[in-house]
Design a protein around this ligand. Structure first.
Ligand SMILES: [Fe+2]
Ligand SMILES: [Fe+2]
Length: 275
């Protein structure tokens, strides 16, 4: 069984600025150390977008410092809160497509994971909150898919390419999702779509493909299916994803590591030698 960790919506801020009272850097560092301690056998870690809150260079520098010596290979992905040019200034060695997009193919045995760049801007221009895959990015995907017809494929996007039932977030999903599904429907070997952006654990099927959305390591989306806002936030426990691949299945777990940390602490307190 092969294992990949997925960290979503880190929203790093510099100068110790918080988000609804939460410290994004502290919570990210807790996720990193928990992931490494509990899952040293993970072959890869994917940061599935909104790595920073404002796309500032100082925020990417925090990200670099936090991940520099991490012992699991990392793939970086953009979300609507990221900034292309600032990211590439701080991470000049991260490879981009020939058109400058942050898209990557990860091969894990019989599984191929395509990490797509849904940030709605050409390289080096301003961001929009809804996602988009331009013709160049879609063409890259199709050219890669043709080469892995014998593999099982998973797609990773920051913006979900489908509705999830939160009106405010459905307005800023992947705007041209029909273009993506026009490609996906030609390839029966595409089995699952993983996304972030919503800041809540959600799963289901769309266009006959399974999907999973992971919580943020910082603030979460409240369970509110009526409000039209896209920045609703609540300090529910943070989580990261653990995806397992075996011959039969793609299995998505969510690890609410802040609950786990509390449980670990109380178990230690309960040990007889501590009495
Ligand atoms: Fe986010
Ligand atoms: Fe987002």
């Amino acid at each position: 069984m092969r294992k990949v960790l997925v960290i979503s919506d880190i929203h790093l801020r510099s100068n110790k600025r918080n988000i609804i009272g939460l410290d994004p850097l502290k919570q990210f560092l807790e996720a990193l150390s928990h992931g490494l301690k509990k899952h040293p056998d993970a072959e890869h870690m994917i940061l599935i977008g909104d790595m920073t809150h404002s796309g500032h260079i100082s925020e990417y520098e925090l990200l670099k410092e936090a991940t520099n010596s991490y012992k699991i290979p990392i793939t970086f992905m953009f979300g609507n809160h990221d900034n292309r040019s600032n990211f590439t200034k701080v991470f000049p060695d991260v490879s981009l497509t020939s058109e400058g997009h942050l898209q990557k193919k990860i091969v894990l045995g019989n599984d191929v994971l395509f990490c797509l760049d849904t940030l709605n801007s050409d390289p080096h221009s301003e961001r929009e909150h809804e996602g988009k895959l331009c013709e160049k990015r879609l063409k890259w995907l199709e050219q890669e898919l043709i080469q892995v017809k014998n593999k099982r494929v998973s797609i990773f996007t920051h913006h979900p390419p489908h509705n999830i039932g939160f009106p405010g977030m459905d307005k800023i999903k992947l705007s041209n999702s029909a273009d993506l599904f026009n490609i996906i429907k030609k390839y029966q070997n595409i089995k699952h779509i993983f996304s972030g952006h919503i800041h809540r654990s959600i799963s289901g099927t769309t266009n006959n493909i399974g999907f999973t959305i992971f919580k943020s390591t910082c603030h979460q989306m409240p369970m509110d299916l009526l409000s039209v806002g896209s920045s609703l936030s609540v300090a529910e426990p943070a989580a990261y994803g653990i995806v397992l691949f075996d011959d039969q299945s793609i299995i998505a777990h969510t690890e609410d590591y802040q609950i786990a940390l509390l449980a670990d602490a109380s178990n230690e307190d309960a040990m007889p030698d501590k009495l």
